[in-house]
Design a protein around this ligand. Structure first.
Ligand code: ACO
Length: 358
């Protein structure tokens, strides 16, 4: 039996391929680097090809995503006492649970509308209605701050959303495929995936990455802090991966996006130098800590810096991840459902054998 299903092939997919030894991510035949500079809706369109008979051309597709944001906004209700992630998930549960293109667009649009609204509600501010004519990333930033975002900020958010749009059979995508294999609707699959994304071993790591950088404070403190943390048996957030044995290519993509954002002068990226020094110290400490198990930087490390620079609070980082990954979840859910095959593995019973009743 393979603990944690490591190395078990559980689905065939045309969507993405993760090569953990080469540190390469391919999405629909294109290396991640080739997607740099694309708008999120273009990658969504690429991912969804073949899964909806009525998929329109890219321009109309973008317009329909904008209309779907407007439709989702009409459904927004403040639910007091929930974290931003839980508020988005609860609001998603009110969306249609079908498998057609309109439902898919609504589900891709809804978290992009609900997260800015939930964050503004936390600050006692009214939600801002979407502008369907804007590109997806530009509208998210405008709904968050109430003013038009600079081009470089929009590019940086697009770079993030595109980078995380799909990534093989990770825990949340697997959860989505299991639910879709029962022929349940897309909303049910997306909600299941969000539950899996929330944990710190998957999409919940970037907030704790910032906590770590706060606690370390200065470059001089990096090695002692990291050494003490590993000695206590803790895991360093933003490092290690089930598949990658080298640096996650998404870390590179996000570091590039951060450099562009910094050079534009449009965001304050106060921790970039500290983060790079912490990364170097962490890699050295992990090499000594587990010489037989290569542990390298994963996507979450630079995610934390990028999303902070764009004005998202750390408790919202996992929900921003969900905005991007929803596109991949929907594509995988459709791909799985179209096979018509239920996912239903077996377990190995290791409990007591039945006894005769006295
Ligand atoms: N820091 C310290 N030790 C680590 C780390 C880490 N970041 N990652 C793995 N290890 C150690 C484990 O403690 C384990 O040691 P053990 O055998 O003595 O128990 C060994 O390396 C192997 O770890 P596993 O959990 O078996 O490896 P797996 O491939 O299942 O883990 C995971 C991958 C969960 C991402 C892990 O590396 C981790 O917990 N990282 C920190 C959290 C994080 O960054 N999460 C985001 C992942 S990226 C994403 O999902 C979007």
């Amino acid at each position: 039996m393979s603990t944690g299903l490591a190395d078990v092939v559980a689905a065939e997919t045309v969507l993405s391929d993760v090569d953990g030894l080469a540190g390469r991510l391919v999405i629909r035949g294109l290396p991640l680097e080739a997607l740099a500079g694309l708008r999120y809706e273009a990658v969504l369109h690429l991912l969804w090809q073949g899964f909806f008979d009525d998929l329109p051309e890219i321009e109309e597709f973008g317009a329909r995503l904008g209309e779907a944001r407007a439709a989702a906004f009409a459904d927004w209700q403040v639910l007091a006492g929930l974290s931003p992630f839980d508020a988005v998930r609860a609001a998603l549960a009110r969306q249609p649970d079908d498998t057609d293109l309109a439902s898919a667009l609504r589900l891709a649009a809804a978290p992009a509308v609900f997260l800015p609204a939930a964050l503004r509600a936390e600050r006692g501010l009214p939600a801002i209605a979407p502008d369907p004519a804007l590109a997806h990333a530009a509208d998210i930033l405008r709904m968050l701050t109430g003013r038009p975002a600079a081009g470089e900020q929009v590019d940086a958010l697009d770079a993030y959303l595109v980078t995380v749009a799909d990534h093989g059979l990770n825990a949340s995508t697997f959860a989505a495929r299991v639910v879709a294999s029962t022929q349940a609707g897309l909303m049910s699959a997306v909600l299941a995936a969000m539950g899996a994304l929330k944990g710190p071993l998957h999409g919940g790591a970037p907030g704790p990455v910032l906590d770590m950088l706060d606690a370390i404070g200065t470059a001089d403190n990096a090695a002692p802090w990291i050494g003490a943390s590993l000695a206590r048996g803790e895991r360093l957030m933003g490092f290690g991966h089930r598949i990658y044995r080298v640096r996650d290519p998404r870390a590179e993509a996000l570091q590039r996006a951060l450099r562009l954002l910094r050079s534009s002068g449009n965001a304050s990226i106060t921790r970039m130098d500290l983060a790079m020094q912490v990364e170097t110290a962490a890699l050295e400490a992990l090499r000594q800590h587990r010489p037989e198990r290569p542990l390298a930087t994963n996507v979450e490390f630079y995610t934390a810096l990028l999303l902070e620079a764009l004005g998202f609070p750390r408790e919202a980082f996992t929900a921003v991840f969900a905005i991007g990954r929803t596109g991949g979840w929907i594509a995988h859910a459709r791909e799985q459902a179209l096979t018509g095959k239920l996912i239903r593995p077996r377990s190995l019973y290791v409990g007591p054998q039945p006894r005769q009743a006295a």
